[in-house]
Write a protein that binds this ligand. Structure first.
Ligand code: AMP
Length: 514
């Protein structure tokens, strides 16, 4: 009998990444990296021919910031990373692949070879970002069995911890949980219903460019301005000094979570200072960031059709929820004591490992221990032209927060006799104007059967998988025509590039499981 592959879950975070595995008893455990740490900083240092990921890269931020790629997750879905490194432009998913590769190599040294993994993404990630994350996994030498949403993974870890998932789990009534997830670079809020072993998302929203990193930035500004008032010099103007200051401020932010004040050492152009920062100053300087999360939280609850009285628990996930201002705000809003019982940094990876275990068991025909029901975080639409204004409009086909999987059909009509092709542009977003939405890709329908009269119907089916990934299928009614549909994605690396990077990053040959 072949050996059962390990159940591995990866939380690929903006600032830190974590790998977890189910042990023999089926319990999730964090795997340590080569340095012996549970958390691997998600930074990449390009040092001549060498690519160094993790702690060393984080240290290098203070001395050679121009060679370090940080927060690549924030740029995922864009064509290139926001800064050129050594004059080279990298796609963000390639930087993510280097991080994943380090996690693979380090954990392989401990548990042996494996390929199948589950990777987590913010619930608010759109289709393009989900695809890019899967591609990063492929380039790092993994077979990505699935991607799941971080808040869902956290809720699974929570359910596991509470015994909901054990075979003799005690009977209980449905519980409404609001998962507030403030990580290093992203913010997600998801309202879930936990019923027995079913985890059902009711609504989700968030901001892919809001996280602890923004709080750091405010502290950097606060400290740099205080230093500038004393010495008429601004450490932010020099990349190295700014990198060092950023590290000091991130440390100081953590201290301010437990103390009312702290000092940040600054050393720039021969001048030194110890700048005092109080928690109150820090909170005032970041109040608007917190307000943005409050606004989104309330909006998500409304989208789920609920009020605070219906919420049984507010679950805190992500390192930045350790800030007292977050807890205080949620306490006031909900009237509940926020639940920090899941390990903020590791719960997501643990939930992903439990999900990986579920998928492996399913592939062997074993019963499923729990069920996940997801919703889409963005509306899916097709571009049409407004006959009056001639503007490009977003015709929504699948509204946001629709339970997944789902399939929607849209009927297009040919415009002239014997038309052989149709181009369908697919967008994600809420705006009625197509240009304000994210273009996912263009679906060109070719080889329509010859001789179709004008105005013949062409059915286009959009199928959203439970993980938020999209498939498109086309049919012409009353014909058996096999129609070629090519979904050409925007900002997505072609298969040859993925294969080339895979070979370069992990030395593995191409496979067809992208
Ligand atoms: P995550 O992506 O969930 O690992 O969250 C990382 C973010 O949490 C980073 O911005 C950290 O600076 C932040 N963080 C971790 N611990 C603390 C703490 N004790 N107080 C404030 N922020 C923290």
């Amino acid at each position: 009998m072949s050996k059962q592959p390990p159940a591995i879950g990866i939380d690929l975070g903006t600032t830190f990444s974590v790998v977890a595995m189910l042990n023999e008893a089926g319990q999730p455990e964090t795997l340590v990296n080569a340095e012996g740490d549970r958390l691997t900083p998600s930074l990449v240092l390009f040092d001549n021919d060498q690519v160094i990921v993790g702690k060393e890269a984080l240290k290098a931020l203070a001395t050679e910031a121009e060679w370090v790629a940080e927060c690549a997750k924030r740029d995922i879905g864009h064509r290139v990373f926001h800064k050129a490194i050594g004059g080279k432009q990298y796609p963000p998913e390639v930087i993510e692949a280097f991080i994943l590769n380090k996690l693979r190599v380090d954990t392989t040294a401990r548990i042996g070879d494996y390929e199948k993994v589950v990777i987590t993404v913010p619930a608010y990630f759109d289709e393009v970002r989900r695809k890019a994350t899967q591609d990063a996994g492929y380039m790092a030498g993994f077979e990505v069995m699935d991607i799941i949403n971080e808040p869902t993974a956290a809720a699974i870890a929570f359910g596991y911890q509470k015994g909901f998932l054990s075979r003799d789990g005690f009977p209980h009534k449905p519980e409404i949980i609001l998962v507030y997830d403030l990580g290093g670079g992203t913010f997600d809020v998801t309202v879930m219903e936990l019923h027995g072993r079913e985890f059902r998302a009711l609504a989700t929203d968030g901001d892919v460019r809001l996280g602890g990193f923004d709080w750091d930035q405010r502290l950097v500004d606060l400290v740099a301005e205080a230093f500038a008032r004393q010495h008429f010099l601004d450490p932010r103007e020099d990349a190295r000094a700014a990198g060092k200051l950023w590290r000091e401020c991130e440390e100081a932010k953590r201290t301010l979570s437990v103390r009312p004040k702290t000092f940040v050492p600054v050393d720039f152009m021969g001048r030194t200072a110890r700048i005092e920062v109080t928690r109150q100053q820090f909170e005032e300087a970041t109040q608007d960031l917190l307000d943005r999360t409050r606004f989104t939280t309330e909006q998500t609850l409304r989208a789920a059709g609920l009020t605070w009285e219906k919420v049984d628990r507010v679950l805190l996930v992500g390192g930045a929820t350790r800030m007292p201002m977050v807890r205080e705000m949620l306490r006031k809003l909900s009237g509940l004591e926020p639940d920090a019982s899941v390990e903020a940094d590791e719960a997501v990876a643990h939930g992903a490992a439990l999900h990986a275990g579920l998928l492996l068991a399913k592939s062997q025909g074993k019963p499923r221990l729990f069920k996940i029901k997801n919703v889409n975080s963005h509306s899916l639409g097709v571009v049409g032209i407004d006959p009056l204004t001639k503007r490009r409009r977003n015709g929504i086909v699948i509204p946001r927060n629709t339970p997944l999987p789902t399939t929607a059909r849209r009927i297009f009509r040919t415009q002239k006799d014997n038309q052989r092709s149709i181009l369908v542009e697919v967008v994600e977003g809420e705006s009625p104007s197509a240009d304000d939405c994210t273009l996912i890709g263009r679906c060109s329908v070719r080889n329509l059967p010859p001789g179709l009269p004008a105005k013949s119907p062409v059915h286009v089916y959009f199928h959203y998988h439970p993980n938020g990934r999209l498939k498109v299928r086309v049919e012409v009614p009353n014909t058996h025509a096999k129609i070629e549909t090519e979904f050409k994605r925007e900002n997505s690396l072609p298969k040859e590039h993925l294969d080339g990077w895979r070979k370069y990053i992990c030395g593995k040959d191409p496979t067809d499981y992208t």
